[in-house]
Write a protein that binds this ligand. Structure first.
Ligand SMILES: [Zn+2]
Ligand SMILES: [Zn+2]
Length: 97
């Protein structure tokens, strides 16, 4: 008997694959249920991974936007226009970032 998912050779008495945990044909025949919700767990893991990728993309997009943005920063204190990469007003020293 071989696993239908990963091809691992299984003992005749195995209801589940020793390698990947998928139910064997013997397990299907016997009508055993999974000890845990395999499908649900896998889906959860996949959606978590998708969220991580999304987050990473968001961070990249954000830094690109910051690089592209070349608008001068107007000082909230004195109204002087500062370079877009300024952290402090060059005139009065007020933090502008
Ligand atoms: Zn397997
Ligand atoms: Zn200023």
């Amino acid at each position: 008997m071989f696993c239908s998912n990963c091809g691992e050779e299984l003992p005749e008495t195995a209801y589940f694959c020793l390698q990947c945990g998928v139910k064997s044909s013997k397990g299907v025949e016997a009508g055993v249920s999974y000890p845990w919700n395999w499908e649900k767990e896998v889906k959860k893991a996949l959606s978590t991974a998708a969220k991580e990728v999304e987050k990473a993309f968001g961070t990249v997009k954000e830094s690109i936007n910051k690089t592209i943005k070349k608008e001068p920063i107007t000082c909230p204190n004195c109204g002087e226009k500062n370079q877009s990469d300024s952290s402090f007003c060059y005139k009065c020293g007020k933090a502008v970032s």
